[in-house]
Write a protein that binds this ligand. Structure first.
Ligand code: SF4
Ligand code: SF4
Length: 247
C-alpha cells in the first residue's frame, strides 16, 4: 500500500464522503482564480498547503422542502456542527501522521450583521468542492452535485499532505430551467450564469428578515432545483405544520 492509499483509507475510516482539491488549483483554475481573492486561497492561509480535503453531507430532502422553517434552520445548524466535528477529526488524524492540517470552520462569518458588512465568507467550501470535482455552479449561485443537486453541504481541511486530487467536472449540471430565479422571493437572482447572477445584498436582507422570525436561512432556490436524484416531496400537511412555527 502506498503512503497515498494509507492516508486516503484513514480519511475514509473517519468519513466516507470526501474528495480532494489541489491547493495550487486556486491560482490556476480560470473560474476560481477570477472569483476568490488571494488572501482566501489555501496557500495564503497555510503556506505549506498542498491539498484540501473536502467532505460533504446531504441535506434532508424532506426538511429542505419546508424551508424557510425552524426545522430547516436547526437541520442546517446540525449539519454544520457535524461537518465541523468531522473535519476536525480528519485534521487531527493528518496532524498525527506528521502533516500540517487545519480544518476551516464551516461558516466563517459573523451572522447577518457580518454578512451585511462583507457578504463573502472567509473561505469558500463550494469552490473547494468545485475544484475537487464534486459539482458545478448553478444559476442559483450554489454548487450543484450530480446526486444531491444543490442539497448538500461541504467543509474543508487544508493540509500539507500531498493527496491525489480530483479535477473540476467538464460538463455543467445546471439545466438553466430558471426555477430558482422564479422562486426567489427577494428577486436576488438575475438568471445570469455564475458568477454574475446573485445580488448578495438582497439575499442577505431576506435572511435578515427571516432571522427576526427565527427561520433563517431561506433556501428556496436550493429546494426547487430539479438537479439531483428525484425525491417524492412530503405532503402539504407536513409542510404546513412545520411552517406554522416562527418566533
Ligand atoms: S436564498 Fe432565498 S433570497 Fe437568497 S437567492 Fe436563494 S431564494 Fe433568493
Ligand atoms: S433551478 Fe434550474 S436554473 Fe436554477 S440552478 Fe437549478 S437547474 Fe440551474
Amino acid at each position: 500500500m502506498t503512503e497515498d492509499d494509507s492516508l486516503i483509507n484513514k480519511i475514509r475510516e473517519i468519513w466516507p464522503g470526501f474528495a480532494v482539491a489541489d491547493a495550487a488549483a486556486w491560482d490556476t483554475d480560470p473560474l476560481v482564480s477570477a472569483t476568490i481573492p488571494t488572501h482566501q486561497r489555501p496557500r495564503s492561509i497555510m503556506p505549506s498547503a498542498r491539498s484540501v480535503v473536502v467532505i460533504w453531507v446531504p441535506v434532508s430532502p424532506t426538511i429542505m422542502h419546508t424551508a424557510p422553517s425552524i426545522y430547516y434552520r436547526e437541520h442546517y445548524r446540525t449539519l454544520n456542527t457535524l461537518l465541523d466535528v468531522t473535519s476536525q477529526r480528519i485534521a487531527t488524524m493528518l496532524d498525527a501522521e506528521g502533516h500540517d492540517a487545519a480544518y476551516v470552520p464551516r461558516d466563517g462569518y459573523h451572522g447577518i450583521e457580518g454578512l451585511r458588512k462583507d457578504p463573502s465568507s472567509f473561505f469558500s467550501h463550494r469552490h473547494a468542492a468545485y475544484l475537487a470535482g464534486l459539482g458545478t455552479f448553478g444559476i442559483n449561485n450554489v454548487l450543484l452535485t450530480e446526486k444531491h443537486g444543490p442539497r448538500v453541504r461541504f467543509a474543508s481541511v487544508i493540509t500539507s499532505a500531498d493527496i491525489p486530487a480530483g479535477r473540476p467536472l467538464k460538463k455543467g449540471l445546471c439545466t438553466e430551467c430558471m426555477k430558482c430565479v422564479r422562486e426567489c422571493p427577494a428577486n436576488a437572482l438575475s438568471g445570469d450564469t455564475y458568477p454574475g447572477g446573485l445580488d448578495k445584498s438582497l439575499c442577505v436582507e431576506r435572511s435578515g428578515e427571516l432571522a427576526k422570525k427565527g427561520i433563517s436561512p431561506c433556501g428556496r432556490c436550493i429546494a426547487v432545483c430539479p438537479v439531483g436524484k428525484k425525491v417524492k416531496p412530503p405532503s402539504d400537511d407536513f409542510i404546513e405544520a412545520v411552517r406554522r412555527y416562527e418566533i
